[in-house]
Design a protein around this ligand. Structure first.
Ligand SMILES: Nc1ncnc2c1ncn2[C@@H]1O[C@H](COP(=O)(O)OP(=O)(O)OP(=O)(O)O)[C@@H](O)[C@H]1O
Length: 230
């Protein structure tokens, strides 16, 4: 499991008068389960992009258990993400024409890391997410099933952190709840830190900590609020 420590982060884009994301200090403990919420345009996707290293940043530190990915080159960030971060996105990013199993294995196959043990783990994970037909073509699956394939893929390399960006947004209530259950169960079982970006108040309410972004800044943090109340 990985801890996240952010310091002096400031992400600006051309044409914006204030930063898309400005975080003086934020620590997320290893193994904790955190929801990030906020209105449209508040900086949630920017947060996902910089903490996963999908986007670089020139200002600030983003340390995962001590390793500052803000100081890494793009290719080093890509390698770090592939090994350490399990990403689940709203729009799944699965490949039609391939089966559920082939989708789960694609990143490790591309990395030349599909050992027999990893293939066995892919089968086990598909079972865990309640998919019994590993050979089913992805385009024939329901949206809830597709998201469960994406979760199995994200967990294949036993990532220290799972980051899910609006994982239930395009699902009906029942499938969304199943996906929320799975993310929590699997993060607990694997001992991964879990960060979920979500408008889904029910899902956010089930996590240990809720952080709200407003105009790129942290406007509420349930841990800080609990500390003030104590
Ligand atoms: N590449 C970019 N260039 C210019 N502005 C950008 C860029 N990316 C994001 N922004 C701006 O930064 C701000 C934060 O955007 P971001 O996508 O992080 O918000 P969000 O909270 O994820 O919103 P939503 O819930 O609508 O997806 C917005 O004002 C957005 O227009």
């Amino acid at each position: 499991m990985l801890a996240l420590d952010i310091e002096n982060l400031d992400v600006t884009f051309p044409g914006l008068s204030s930063p898309a994301l400005a975080i003086g200090r934020l620590s997320i403990a290893a193994g904790s389960k955190v929801a990030i919420t906020g209105a449209s345009g508040s900086g949630k996707s920017t947060f996902v992009n910089v903490v996963t290293g999908l986007e670089g940043t020139r200002q600030g530190q983003i340390r995962w258990s001590g390793e500052d990915i803000a100081a890494f080159s793009e290719s080093r960030r890509d390698r770090f993400r592939a090994v350490n971060i399990g990403l689940v996105m709203q729009e799944f990013h699965l490949f039609p024409g391939l089966s559920a199993l082939e989708n789960v294995l694609l990143p490790v196959r591309l990395a030349g890391a599909a050992t027999a043990a990893v293939i066995e783990r892919a089968h086990v994970l598909l079972n865990t997410v309640n998919l019994s037909r590993p050979g089913q073509k992805i385009e024939t699956m329901s949206r809830g099933e597709m998201q469960r394939v994406a979760i199995a893929r994200a967990l294949l390399r036993k990532p220290g952190v799972i980051i899910a960006d609006e994982p239930t947004a395009s699902l009906d209530a029942e499938s969304g709840e199943a996906v929320g259950d799975l993310l929590l169960e699997l993060a607990n079982a694997e001992g991964s830190t879990l960060i979920v970006i979500s408008h889904d108040q029910r899902l956010a309410g089930r996590l240990d900590r809720r952080i709200t972004l407003s105009s790129g800044r942290i406007s509420e943090d349930s841990i800080a609020a609990a500390g003030e109340a104590a």
